[in-house]
Design a protein around this ligand. Sequence first.
Ligand code: FAD
Length: 318
Amino acid sequence: MAVVLVLVDHLDGKVRKTTAELLTIARRIGEPSSVFLGANVQAAADILGKYGSQKIYHCDSAELTDYLVVPQAELLAQLVAETSAVAVLIPSTPEGKEVAARLAVKTGYGLVTDAVDVQSVDGRIVTTQSVFAGSYTVKSTPSKGNAVITVKPNSAPPQQQPAQPELTPVDFTASDLARTARITASSPKEKSGRPELTEAAIVVSGGRGTGGDFTKVEDFADSLRAAVGASRAAVDAGWYPHTSQVGQTGKQVSPQLYVACGISGAIQHRAGMQTSKTIIAVNKDQEAPIFELVDFGVVGDLFAVLPQATDAVKSSKG
Ligand SMILES: Cc1cc2nc3c(=O)[nH]c(=O)nc-3n(C[C@H](O)[C@H](O)[C@H](O)COP(=O)(O)OP(=O)(O)OC[C@H]3O[C@@H](n4cnc5c(N)ncnc54)[C@H](O)[C@@H]3O)c2cc1C
C-alpha cells in the first residue's frame, strides 16, 4: 500500500490534535507513517499508534531544532526518496507551509496549501480548498500523482484505528545551505489558559464593536472553553494582541463554531474564518455584512447579549 508521510506537530513529545486529524486523513489515501522531529518520541508513540501510524520515523538531531525550516524539508525529502511516499501531509501553519513549499521544490511533487479536505477518488488524490475569502471551493488533483499537502486544523474529526507503530531512527545531516539561518533565541508565549486559536473547536472573536472592552467576549469564550480572536480593527487599536488577529493578514481558523461579536464582516476578516462549520454573529446593525454568511444571527448590543449567553451556558452546565 502507498505510504503517506505525516509530519507530527508536537511540543516536547505532546502531540497536537492536528496530527490525529492528519493521520485520519492519511488513511483515506494510503498507509500513514509519522515523521517525528525532536526529543521525546516515546511520549508520542502511543497516540500516533492509536490513530493508525504504521511507522514512526524519528530524528533528534540538533540541526533540526537549531536552524530554521530548511533542515526539516531536507529530512522529509530524504524520507520521500526512501519510502516513495505518495503524499506528505503537513499542518497548515506558517512554518508548515514553508516546509511544504521547500519540500515540493526538492521532490517535484505537486503542492496544495490550506486544504480543508483530502480524499481518494478513483485512486487519485483530490484536495479541496476554500479560496477568495470562501467565495469559491476549489478541487485539485496533482498532475504528477504525488503531492505535498498542508491541511487546515479541524478539517476532519480524528478517528482512531489502533496500530503498533515500528520506531525507525533516521540518520540525517543537514546541508551547508540549510545551516545558514540559525535560531539564536526563542521564548515560550505567555499562557492564557485558553486553547490555541488555530486549533480550537470554538472561537469567540471581538471587533471594533467591543469599544476596547473584551471582558464580555472573554467571559463568553471561557464559558465555552473557546479561544479568543479579534478583528484587525481591534488589534490595530491595541485592544488585543496581533497574534489573535483572524483574517487574510491574520490567522486562518476553521473551528466547529465561530462567534463574531461586534465585527462587521469585511472580506479580509471573512477570509480567515469563512470555513468555520457554524457561524454566529452578534451585531447591533442588522445590515452588517457579517449577517450574509451566518447560520444564526443576533441583532443586539454585545454588552447585553453576551452576558445572557454566558449565564445560559453556565447554567446549562449546572
Ligand atoms: C490588505 C488588508 C488586509 C486586512 N486584513 C484583515 C484581517 O486579517 N482581519 C480583519 O479582521 N480585518 C482585516 N482588514 C481590515 C478589514 O478591511 C476591516 O477594516 C476590519 O475587519 C474591520 O473590523 P471590525 O469588523 O472589527 O470593525 P468595523 O468594520 O468598524 O465593524 C464594527 C462592527 O461592530 C458593530 N458594533 C458596534 N458596537 C456594537 C455593540 N455594542 N454591539 C454589537 N455590535 C456592535 C457595528 O455595527 C459594526 O458592524 C484588512 C484590510 C486590508 C486593506
